[in-house]
Design a protein. Structure first.
Length: 319
């Protein structure tokens, strides 16, 4: 690869003069700058982004760490982040997997938004101690270099569960998310608080996975145990859709025999018949706010932890 040393040798100037010219500095005359730029183009010079990042200590890139890229929630979330990042001069890179974690300590990115339960909290705190800027969407961490932008999971789960109770349901299935999921844990805390104060209801918990397969598995269990109308709270819409589809060819009808509510209000839920009752929030706003907070952290501004509020969307899947 051609280096600025090679350009300097051909132009007969110092390395620092080449550096000034390539960076548009006024320390070099227009005539000299034009000649150096022409030589750089002739030699097919490509700037070393890594070296520039080390010198300036910034890359103008934000990293987003996700457990995986599946599911309808991520699209709107990333759109919100991208819109804010680009408007403020940053690019966005989406990462997954252990090897990508090195992007923070190696300063390939200026900061990180984390929605990845595989990213250990201890590791994040260690990076924060080294002055790396981080926004978390899936855990509660206290550190001056870490900001929390969390979904109000407890409020959403409370709305969903009370919605079923208010309609007189006495047997309620709860289909959980994966065991390590922050969202699932928070939603289940709210459900258990309601269970403690409403003891005259039969509560049945089914372990899910936040995927359609978890809903399909729950549907099979409900079908085997069915004796009278029941209510089901799936802790996300993906599982609710899986349950819905699994029961489609059986004698059990959603909204009549099985009363179903989900969480997330993903786009597909709006087109289901009957319309799926669910918990709604702005994924785009969640992503936009996360990016805003991270950019403020990088700039050294003071930020407060934020919470994304939720609302109940009623639907004929619950009667």
């Amino acid at each position: 690869m051609v280096s600025i040393k090679d350009i300097a040798k051909k132009a007969g100037v110092s390395i620092s003069t080449v550096s000034y010219a390539l960076n548009g500095s006024s320390k070099v005359t227009d005539e000299t700058s034009s000649r150096i730029l022409a030589i750089a183009q002739e030699m097919n010079y490509i700037p070393n982004a890594a070296a520039r990042t080390l010198k300036k200590r910034e890359s103008k890139i934000l990293g987003v760490f996700l457990t995986d890229f599946k599911g309808d929630v991520y699209g709107d979330l990333l759109d919100g982040m991208k819109e804010v990042s680009n408007a403020q001069g940053y690019d966005l890179i989406v990462c997954s997997g252990k090897q990508s974690h090195r992007m923070l300590p190696e300063r390939m990115i200026d900061g990180a938004v984390v929605l990845d339960q595989a990213f250990a909290s201890e590791e994040l705190l260690e990076y924060a101690d080294r002055n790396h800027k981080i926004v978390v969407l899936d855990r509660e961490l206290t550190h001056k270099n870490i900001n929390q932008v969390l979904l109000d999971n407890k409020a959403g789960a409370t709305l969903a569960t009370e919605y079923l109770i208010d309609r007189g349901h006495k047997k309620i299935y709860i289909v959980t998310g994966p065991s390590g999921s922050f969202d699932s844990i928070q939603r289940m805390k709210a459900v258990k608080q309601i269970q403690d104060r409403v003891p005259d209801i039969e509560w049945i918990e089914i372990e899910g996975d936040f995927k359609k397969s978890g809903g399909e598995k729950a549907a099979d269990q409900i079908l085997k145990e069915y004796t009278e109308p029941v209510a089901v709270f799936c802790l996300n819409d993906e599982m609710a859709i899986g349950l819905f589809n699994q029961l489609a060819d059986t004698h059990l009808v959603i909204g009549e025999h099985v009363h179903l509510i989900g969480f997330d209000n993903i786009e597909l839920a709006r087109y289901m018949q009957p319309r799926l009752a669910t918990i709604d929030y702005s994924k785009r706003k969640w992503g936009a706010l996360a990016a805003e907070q991270l950019i403020k952290l990088i700039a050294g501004e003071t930020v407060e932890n934020e919470r994304i509020y939720v609302t109940l969307i009623e639907g004929d899947s619950v009667r």
